[in-house]
Write a protein that binds this ligand. Sequence first.
Ligand SMILES: CC(C)(COP(=O)(O)OP(=O)(O)OC[C@H]1O[C@@H](n2cnc3c(N)ncnc32)[C@H](O)[C@@H]1OP(=O)(O)O)[C@@H](O)C(=O)NCCC(=O)NCCS
Length: 176
Amino acid sequence: MPSYRIATPADPAPCWAMRTDALRVGCATHYPPATVEALCAAAPPASMPGLFAAGGAIVAEEDGRIVGYAVLDRTSGEIDAVFVSPACQGRGIARRLLAGLEAMAAERGISHLFLSASLNAAPFYERAGFLHVRDALYRHRGGFFMASVYMEKQLALPAGTAALSGSGSDAPPGRR
Ligand SMILES: CC(C)(COP(=O)(O)OP(=O)(O)OC[C@H]1O[C@@H](n2cnc3c(N)ncnc32)[C@H](O)[C@@H]1OP(=O)(O)O)[C@@H](O)C(=O)NCCC(=O)NCCS
């Protein structure tokens, strides 16, 4: 049974290694091998340490290993990442991680969440109440393009919480 905690500045490296395993398996069903390999070869985005240090990431741990993580950009409301180790998928870990990000967002008055989902992950987000807004072509910082889905979810904030404005639907897509 995994446990969940707010990520620390020490977590980006093991999370990135796990994310690469998850992409290699998950994206292989929807993208050509060259795209999967380019994704797997990518270095972490420059924003990753800052998002973790800001307290916007949650990790799932089991037997001393990170088996999942999720990241919220708490300035814009973008879901920056949700990844679960291939061996641990299908157990509700991503659902719990995403629910944790939604609670984090609601506490901060962020009512509008958005992301650019890979084609393989879009059904997971739909299951979690995100709307498929439009098909998109995502330009990876590695210089290649991949099909994706721009998705949004409107959160109901607790009574008395002041809503902050996010970046809206014209914001740039997430980082993989
Ligand atoms: C997508 C991903 C995060 C899902 O993780 P997971 O822990 O297996 O998901 P969960 O077990 O929490 O699933 C929650 C619900 O979503 C559904 N779901 C999860 N992945 C799904 C998929 N690929 N297609 C359809 N439904 C899916 C589950 O059936 C479950 O439904 P339920 O509420 O009826 O039980 C994981 O498969 C992954 O890391 N994939 C590769 C990486 C990736 O592409 N990440 C996203 C980048 S934007």
